[in-house]
Ligand binder design. Sequence first.
Ligand code: FAD
Ligand code: EPU
Length: 336
Amino acid sequence: MIQSNVSLQPYNTFGIDVSATAFARFSTVSELEAILLENNGKLPLFILGGGSNVLFTKSVDALVLRNELKGFEQVNETGDTIDIRVGAGEEWHAFVCYCVEKGWGGVENLSLIPGSVGASPMQNIGAYGAEIKDCFVELTAFHIEKRELHTFSAEDCAFGYRESVFKRALKGQYIIVSVTYRLQKHPQFNTAYGAIQTELEAMNVAELSVSAISQAVMNIRNSKLPNPKELGNAGSFFKNPVVDTAIAEALKERFPEMPNYPQADGSVKLAAGWLIEQAGWKGKRIGNCGVHARQALVLVNYGGASGDEIYALSQAVLDDVQHQFGVLLEREVNIL
Ligand code: FAD
Ligand code: EPU
């Protein structure tokens, strides 16, 4: 059923109060088809998962479709692996917990990332040395114009750092309805990133397991990232910039302590959080919004901020970082 003029405040983790011209939920593909028939092309569509990677700067003059497709289904098994097809409307972290409980490896480093499974391939979510592309098998998506289901392999999705074909060439054309992930029955643990090892030691973990890694990742995340239920935010507002070696070398000469991560293709990833902190923005509040005090990549809504206010703050940060370091940051959050 399509509702008119619905507030989106409960449906975005920034807690921005804007309204949608029309709003509908679907939990099966046939419900989705019925809604599209009712809309009859009148309003453009916007697909919403958990609303944890969007910033609404104005009312949304569209039919907002809230994806509530559920279910976990085992679709393949070998001696070493299990393939699980997951409904796009399942919460990502619920899927992680499902795998961790069974002792299956592959997604434990991605614990506690908010949002839906359907959005996970959109920007190839990543954290603590893992990205979904590493255990992705395929996804099924509904082509809005043709009203057909299409299957995409990892290659079709053109995954990159916080990138996929669905943010680029196929933007707005598909609704992802399920994603199949491959889990490992005898996991290889990945504890190399950042503070995982130190956290495992602090936890006194006697035997490494997917459950221990998941807990370590959750502890680290809880220590730096604000809980959207307490403080509106959408995680990292910017991507970490990837620059040419020459630019990285020149910056390293000026700032020898600057974190930098050489990439396989010869480019170098810089830490946007470090650049923003050095530019003096960490913990700064402007009106109802600000730059988080424990993680400078995260912009927060202290309550009552408009999307425009947060966008203006992001522009000021971006301009300042460019002025001070000559590096242009790119927003990670989807701006509407
Ligand atoms: P939404 O915000 O609802 O949507 C995001 C985009 O995807 C929109 O353009 C939307 O139209 C589109 N979309 C959503 N569902 C579908 C679908 N089924 N079909 C087609 N298009 C769709 N991200 C990381 O990668 N790593 C992190 O460590 C991380 N940490 C975070 C921490 C916090 C506290 C927060 C608030 C966010 C964090 N994020 C992180 C960002 C966010 O969790 C991810 O981008 C997540 O995948 C967004 O899911 P969602 O369902 O909320 O998407
Ligand atoms: N740093 C600072 N100051 C800050 C924040 C970071 O100096 O305020 C430095 C850290 O000291 C470290 C480096 O920057 O040397 C990297 O920091 P961190 O490991 O915390 O990760 P990040 O690069 O800031 C990225 C992702 C996060 C993901 C973490 C963990 C992006 C844009 N962000 O953050 O993803 O959880 O790594 O893997 O790639 C998200 O996408 O929303 C998100 C939260």
